[in-house]
Design a protein around this ligand. Structure first.
Ligand code: ATP
Ligand code: MG
Length: 248
């Protein structure tokens, strides 16, 4: 079975939670980690991700321009081009359009700052992901080192869904590196922020591996009715009969 393209949708109605920053960083880290072809789509009319990508010098990840009318076709094109991970950024809103984008997701990533305002704002985003029965993960972003509220925020978020086991801390380099189209991994390799992104990606790569495995298992056909009686498994091979010695 060919490896399917996975789609990550960054969504959160709260402005400034880190959707664009983390979408760009996750896409670049996936590419640096050798995940295969990685591409991005910016569905936010502000176009921050697209402008950042245009100022990049590196060729990877790729970028596809799309709007709501062309999104289905663009996703199909990316799949046809052999993209393995498609990262989609969305605007800070709760609209029908966001819901339509989330409908394409394999995983909805919800960056959340550890602040009461951000925590109170997650509900509608969670509702959209649940409505579409999508896997979802909270990313605690821009946390202050050693602040108690970070742990409290993670506990509060865990009432609504899975929280990524890696906290992204507030560091100027996240903003500074993006000015000229880079990321912390490219501007400060080996630094603390880069290490956080490496760890976050290994968690996300593991989520993808689990999805791939679950789908591969689903793809194995169930044994046809009576297969056990005829001693053949689903693939038509001779299956062992347990508890009885069989002489063939
Ligand atoms: N971990 C971080 N450390 C420092 N600054 C950060 C961090 N994450 C995001 N920022 C900064 O916070 C601001 C908002 O981040 P970003 O644009 O990624 O959020 P957003 O959710 O995409 O916002 P919007 O909802 O407006 O699209 C930016 O200036 C960005 O550089
Ligand atoms: Mg944004």
């Amino acid at each position: 079975m060919p490896t399917p393209m996975r789609i990550f949708v960054f969504a959160s109605q709260k402005g400034g939670s880190g959707k664009t920053t983390l979408a760009g960083h996750v896409a670049v880290q996936a590419s640096l980690a050798g995940h295969g072809r990685v591409a991005m789509i910016d569905m936010d009319p502000q176009g921050s991700l697209e402008k950042w990508w245009e100022s990049r010098h590196a060729d990877e990840p790729a970028y596809y321009r799309a709007d709501m009318a062309s999104l289905n076709g663009t996703i199909a094109k990316a799949r046809g081009d052999g993209v393995r991970l498609l990262v989609i950024d969305t605007p800070p809103a709760i609209t029908r359009a966001i819901s339509d984008v989330v409908a394409h997701a394999d995983l909805v990533l919800v960056p959340t700052r550890p602040s009461p305002h951000d925590l109170r704002a997650v509900g509608p985003t969670v509702d959209i992901a649940e409505w579409h029965k999508k896997q979802m993960v909270f990313l605690v972003n821009a946390a202050t080192p050693r602040a108690r509220i970070t742990g409290d925020a993670a506990v509060a978020l865990s009432q609504h869904g899975t929280v990524a086991p890696v906290t992204i801390h507030h560091r100027v380099e996240f903003a500074a590196s993006m000015i000229d189209g880079r990321t912390v991994m490219e501007a400060k390799p080996g630094g603390k922020s880069a290490t956080e992104m490496t760890e976050l990606w290994s968690y996300l790569a593991d989520r993808i591996a689990r999805m791939d495995m679950a789908e591969a298992e689903m793809a194995v056909p169930m044994p046809p009715k009576g297969a056990y009686r005829t001693n053949l498994n689903a693939l038509g091979q001779r299956a062992p009969i347990f508890g009885r010695r069989v002489v063939s």
